[in-house]
Write a protein that binds this ligand. Structure first.
Ligand SMILES: [Zn+2]
Length: 444
């Protein structure tokens, strides 16, 4: 019976590592040739670097292939074949699905997919959901605004493909979504950590309802690092009385990673479908060993309409040293995506990853889930202000909380912060991805 099967794809998820590498090399050659033969954009890029499909003979040859940056994709779009430009590898009439990136870092990038690509998206998500314990008996509620961003669209299709019953919670407001979960006794849902925490807050403060008493058993989070940050994961799990799992993906890449039910403190890379390389930001060297952070260069090995070949994702990751007890042979990245290379910034000469601040704030009882970080330069002095909200029951402990924050932040980030303690519900709330980190030094 399918439902008793441990892995979505028992062959690909347990094959020996050497076999995964062979498969990746074979598929890389195919997708590289596909892009070279069919897209003017890719052919020009590779010709300039003097590399042709036949030059890829071993794994070591792959790093000679030029990377593709998001800005390059922006430049070619809104041109013929309209609106995708000449990275398109299929006739325009084969494009079945339009999506675009969320535009967090600038002008959105368009993403065309053929029907085959779209089925591939759903297949990628099937690995994720199966590994997180979704089975045909589940009733999955999807509380997101179905729109132009890919977000949980492919998760929706994958849940249907698994045989789950899927409830699209599209245009409903948060209260209506919570009531629907209650009414239908939904067992699983998907959302950004920010929104899932926000839903719990709404249930408690505006509906006098304890979300942990509802029937949700598992939650898949994506879109932000939160579900891989231990203190945020704990808040999410405590709030909903459910298991919370992380997944990282992107519109222009696909759904490339997932946490499994073992919760190994990291994400499996779906290696038979994606090639992940970690590049040292300073030297450009490809990092093979565990414990060294770098940015992710990724290839979607099967995506055809607008291929993703050595895409510079700017996601900061590192390899884990131990295999996962679940038995999957695919490699784990430790602690999920730690941040984006753009967000990891130097303050007073010290490297600061915003996720480290989140880890501290969410570990302190008496604080709400929201916070805000503002980095600024006054004269020659760089300053970091951290705004947090204290819960009504902890208002008398503000001094203690502030001291704990200062201590823990110094320990985890080696920096000093000005702490501002605000009243409950004074900081902004977010529907999808939060913007909690503001760097005012970049204003000019
Ligand atoms: Zn695992």
């Amino acid at each position: 019976m399918l439902a008793e099967q441990k892995y979505w794809n028992p062959v690909l998820e347990t094959i020996p590592k050497e076999k995964i590498r062979q498969l990746q090399l074979k598929k890389f050659k195919q997708i590289f040739k596909w892009a070279y033969d069919r897209s003017k954009f890719h052919r020009q890029l590779y010709d300039r670097a003097g590399i042709k499909p036949n030059d890829i003979r071993s794994f070591a040859d792959i790093k000679q292939v030029p990377k593709v940056e998001k800005a390059m994709m922006r430049d070619i779009q809104r041109k013929d074949p309209f609106p995708y430009g000449d990275a398109l590898c299929v006739p325009l009439e084969d494009v079945a699905v339009f999506r675009q990136t969320s535009g967090t870092t600038g002008q959105p990038v368009y993403q065309p997919d053929t029907w085959q690509d779209w089925e591939w998206w759903a297949e990628c998500w099937s690995y994720i959901l199966w590994a997180q314990g979704y089975r045909p008996r589940d009733r999955v509620f999807i509380p997101f605004g179905y729109n132009i961003f890919v977000a949980f669209w492919a998760g929706h299709y994958a849940a249907e493909k698994l045989g789950c019953e899927v409830v699209p919670g599209g245009v409903l407001d948060t209260k209506a979504r919570i009531l629907k979960i209650q009414e239908l006794q939904a067992t699983a849902m998907m959302g950004t950590p920010t929104y899932i925490l926000g839903m719990a807050e709404t249930a408690r403060s505006k509906m006098n309802l304890d979300p942990s008493k509802l029937t949700i058993e598992k939650i898949t989070c994506a879109g932000e690092c939160g579900a891989s940050i231990p203190s945020t994961k704990k808040r999410l799990e405590d709030a909903w009385g459910a298991k919370v799992y992380d997944h990282a993906g992107a519109t222009e890449i696909g759904a490339w990673s997932f946490e499994c039910t073992e919760q190994p403190g990291g994400l499996h890379v779906n290696e038979p479908l994606f090639l992940v390389e970690i590049e040292d930001v300073e030297t450009g060297e490809i990092i093979e060993e565990p414990g060294r952070r770098g940015k992710m260069i990724i290839t979607a090995l099967d995506r055809q309409a607008q291929p993703c070949v050595r895409f510079d994702s700017k996601d900061v990751i590192e390899w884990a040293s131990e295999p996962c007890p679940c038995g999957r042979t695919t490699r784990l990245i430790k602690g999920g995506v730690v941040g984006r290379a753009d967000d990891i910034t130097k303050v007073k000469g010290v490297l600061l990853a915003p996720s480290a601040i989140e880890e501290v704030v969410r570990a302190i009882k008496g604080l709400s889930d929201e916070y805000e970080v503002i980095v600024d330069k006054i004269g020659d002095n760089e300053q970091i202000k951290l705004r947090v909200e204290v819960l009504p029951e902890a208002e008398k402990q503000c001094t203690l909380i502030e001291a704990e924050l200062v201590d823990q932040l110094r320990l985890k980030t080696n920096l000093r912060y000005d702490i501002e303690i605000c009243g409950c519900e004074t900081l902004p709330r977010y529907e999808v991805k939060a913007k909690r980190f503001k760097d005012l030094r970049k204003k000019d």
